[in-house]
Design a protein around this ligand. Structure first.
Ligand code: F6R
Length: 264
């Protein structure tokens, strides 16, 4: 019998005997409480280690976290001027000044509003995605170790982290990655003309995310409920890339109760 990709994956991880950990799962009553917790983790990291390096996400989920970080900076609670922020991903191809690019998102929500030490994001307009991926991988390598990776999770059944869609390997690094059609359908709503959504992204790989000392995954709302349960309770496999997080010893899932509602 021919084994499907899921079985092969499972076997190869079993053979490598990667340890499996039980992530910390925090379930909050409201999305606001998820934002407050996420901001408090970032603030704690940077106030105790001002020159920290953080991997950071975009999307709907972290906007409340960024809002709180900007407020904390303006009231003097935290200073980001020695910290390094490295984005997970950018659409490809896209002009950095396109209003729906993640570059613009970051400027609007965070880096255009506070003083940061360094900020990096892939160039969605680079002529060659492979050389841009290599440049970003080198940049990431020079800033190791990443102290904290804050990430989201894809909608529906995608279970993507970064834009590592189904089929992504645990060993994957920075690369061009096509968007799954399920992701495309959801994210197209964030474009004035949904047909304008790019076909792919430049994304950190699973190995890059797992390389961080600590990982904080944020999820809110019912569209994440299936994926959260699949990630925490299903088989660890590239069929649900977020499930690879269970091979990392220091992961926190900060969830609102809607996204946690299917956890068995
Ligand atoms: C974005 C990213 C993605 C998103 C995910 C959820 O930088 O890496 O994995 O975190 O698609 O997006 P939202 O938060 O819009 O539901």
């Amino acid at each position: 019998m021919v084994k499907d990709a899921k079985d092969r994956d499972y076997q190869s991880h079993q053979e490598r005997e990667l340890p499996i950990y039980v992530p910390e799962v925090l379930i909050f009553e409201t999305p606001d409480e998820v934002d407050a917790y996420a901001a408090s983790r970032v603030i704690r990291q940077i106030t105790t280690h001002p020159a920290s390096s953080l991997t950071v996400p975009t999307g709907n989920t972290p906007t409340g976290m960024y809002e709180r970080l900007v407020a904390a900076n303006s009231n003097g609670e935290v200073d980001f001027s020695q910290a390094t922020f490295i984005n997970l991903d950018e659409y490809y191809p896209i002009s950095p000044d396109h209003p729906s690019s993640y570059t613009e998102y970051m400027k609007r929500n965070f880096t255009g509003r506070v003083k940061v030490g360094e900020w990096h994001i892939p160039n969605g307009a680079a002529p060659d995605p492979e050389s841009e991926a290599r440049r970003y991988a080198d940049l990431l390598a020079q800033r190791q170790p990443i102290d904290l990776a804050v990430i989201g999770i894809g909608p529906g059944t995608t279970c993507h982290i970064g834009f590592n869609e189904k089929g992504s390997s645990i060993d994957s690094g920075v690369r061009y990655a096509p968007l799954a059609s399920e992701t495309q359908a959801v994210n197209a709503q964030l474009f004035d003309d949904p047909a304008e959504i790019p076909a792919g992204t430049l994304t950190q790989g699973i190995a890059d995310i797992l390389g961080a000392r600590q990982i904080l995954l944020l999820a809110k709302g019912p569209s994440k409920a299936w994926g959260i349960n699949r990630t925490l309770k299903g088989l660890i496999s590239s069929d649900a890339p977020a499930s690879f997080l269970r091979h990392h010893p220091r992961v926190t899932f900060a969830l609102d109760k809607e996204s946690a509602r299917y956890i068995r």
